[in-house]
Ligand binder design. Structure first.
Ligand code: GAP
Length: 513
């Protein structure tokens, strides 16, 4: 089994080789942190989006969807706080001229100490064998305790500095921790400065008319400004939600780790409008509901964990992330935020329009509170892909690369192969392909030997391969091979739709939610 770094590298090259993801404008040497989804990637991405949409909108009678424009009135971003507060603290190394997020440097440093503790535990476990009591060791070993205390101290200093917006102190933490630039190895740091993450452009063809507008940094504001439109036209009663998927843009300072942090990405967000005072109940409800959505995919539960935010965003009174264990460690995959009435109140103030709800049960009007769930579609894609990518040693000592994606998410569900390219087999295969393609993404392949064709489909995660051979012409049966077990079975062509549907249907997964 490759180590994590190697595994990640393999996932990235596999994504390109098998038509999942290409670097944007590759022929011009690419554009940093911008990617294109290729023929298989676009299918997988669409299927993940559909899984989210069905579970959030179709299965909740009190949640509806919208598709708001990317461009919004510039005052939107003044009201939301993004013009003034959507910043990252950045720091430059004077020797390498590289720019970093100051908070990420500190978080990475803390993660390194955490890794030291884990190493210590691992070593002791090996030394003591079966008698090893991990919990006791973590509570008593002097080196572990010393490192724990170090983490606690830095963490507290860092939290206080962020809360007080004290950038001098953030820099001092970097200096005191003796954090070096990974490129130059030096500690020659500039001051820490705030950097706004929004992209701006101009609307209007004549310079004097031009007004600065922003590419939305989150889809959520399109929902907030439409809150009353949807509530009235949909006769929605609180509690209710509005969901949306779409592109968002952020001028990330440190864009790395493939599609994990991009400058153009897609979000799937839902704002749930509730009675003030009930937000902690709904916050807990959505934390649990969203985690269930992830677990239903069959990924081991220990790959996910909750992480409470150190510093709450300007709009939140409680917030956490669902973190996933990517090949480069546990990182944020989804955010769940209790946003209070901050956004609606701000939009009321800046627009001069009332954004209130008349609650017939209470016989009073109020500005609703909001709990939001927000997941990056590209990050979910990366989580699934890095989890699904396997290099398997087979009995005959060869290796196959297989993507064991949940079958309902696989880009292509069925590949149909004529065993030979003659004797009426391609025509029969075409008949089967034509029968199945109305319900599923199918493909047909005639080139190469069957073994190679199987490997190619394994590598893109196709759950079923169907082979048409001379016997098919006699008795209308085919062999169907299942991706993970590689087992082949002879079945009647008339049974194919049922067998395939049973395995690739999204319904089974939705029923688990
Ligand atoms: N409306 C709230 C909001 O936007 P966020 O935590 O800033 O919250 C939500 O973003 C999710 O969007 C993240 O959990 C992540 O999955 C995704 N995301 C944020 N920035 C991203 C980026 N630069 N590239 C890819 N995904 C990103």
């Amino acid at each position: 089994m490759a180590n994590n770094e190697e595994h990640f590298k393999n996932v990235i090259s596999h994504s390109k080789e098998y038509g999942f993801i290409f670097q944007s404008s590759e022929i011009y040497d690419g554009l940093s942190a911008v990617y294109d989804y290729a023929q298989n990637g676009v299918e997988l991405k669409k299927n993940i989006r559909e899984y989210w949409w069905k579970s959030m909108v179709q299965l909740h009678e009190n949640i509806v969807g919208i598709d708001a424009a990317i461009f919004m009135h510039p005052t939107t971003w003044k009201a939301s706080g993004h013009v003034d507060a959507f910043n990252d603290p950045l720091i430059d190394n004077k020797d390498s001229k590289k720019r970093y997020r100051a908070d990420v440097l500190i978080e990475d440093f803390l993660a390194k100490i955490e890794a030291k503790i884990d190493k210590e535990v691992e070593k002791a476990a090996k030394r003591f064998g079966e008698t090893f009591d991990e919990a006791m060791f973590r509570q008593t070993n002097p080196r572990v305790l010393e490192n724990k205390q170090k983490i606690e101290e830095i963490h507290t200093r860092f939290k206080n500095a962020l809360e007080a917006n004290d950038l001098t102190e953030v820099r001092q933490i970097i200096v005191d921790c003796e954090i070096v630039c990974p490129v130059s190895g030096s500690r020659n740091w500039t001051e820490v400065r705030q950097f706004n993450l929004m992209f701006s452009t101009a609307m209007g063809s004549v310079a004097e008319d031009a007004s600065v507008i922003y590419l939305r940094p989150e889809t959520a504001q399109g929902i907030f400004v439409n809150f009353l439109n949807v509530q009235k036209t949909g006769r929605m009663k609180i509690p209710f939600g509005i969901a949306q998927t779409g592109k968002a843009f952020r001028n990330e300072i440190v864009a790395r780790q493939f599609i994990f942090r991009m400058r153009e990405f897609e979000q799937m967000e839902m704002q749930f409008f509730i009675r003030p005072g009930t937000e902690m109940e709904w916050y807990a409800y959505w934390k649990e509901t969203r985690l269930k959505w992830h677990h239903a995919l069959g990924t081991p539960a220990n790959k996910y964990r909750f992480h409470d935010h150190i510093k709450l965003a300007h709009y939140a009174n409680a917030a956490c992330d669902i973190e996933f264990e990517f090949p480069f460690g546990f990182k944020e995959l989804e955010g769940i935020h209790s946003r209070t009435d901050f956004d609606l109140k701000q939009h009321e103030q800046f627009s001069g329009k009332k954004l209130q709800y008349f609650d017939p049960e209470l016989n009073q009007s109020y500005v609703p509170y909001v709990v939001e769930t927000s997941i990056g579609l590209d990050r979910m894609f990366l989580a699934l892909l890095s989890e699904a990518y396997k290099e398997e040693k087979l009995e005959d000592d060869t290796t196959r690369v297989v993507l064991n994606l949940p079958a309902f998410l696989a880009p292509i569900k069925v590949a149909v192969f004529p065993l030979m390219n003659k004797d009426g087999l391609p025509e029969k295969a075409t008949e089967i392909f034509n029968m199945l393609r109305f319900d599923h993404m199918c493909t047909m392949e005639e080139k190469d030997n069957i073994g190679k064709r199987y490997r190619r489909q394994d590598a893109i995660g196709t759950p079923f391969c169907i082979t048409v051979d001379p016997q098919t012409l006699e008795d209308n049966t085919v062999t169907i091979r299942e991706r993970d077990s590689m087992k082949q079975e002879r079945v009647a062509i008339s049974d194919l739709p049922g067998i395939i549907e049973q395995k690739v249907s999204m319904r089974k997964i939705l029923e688990r939610l």
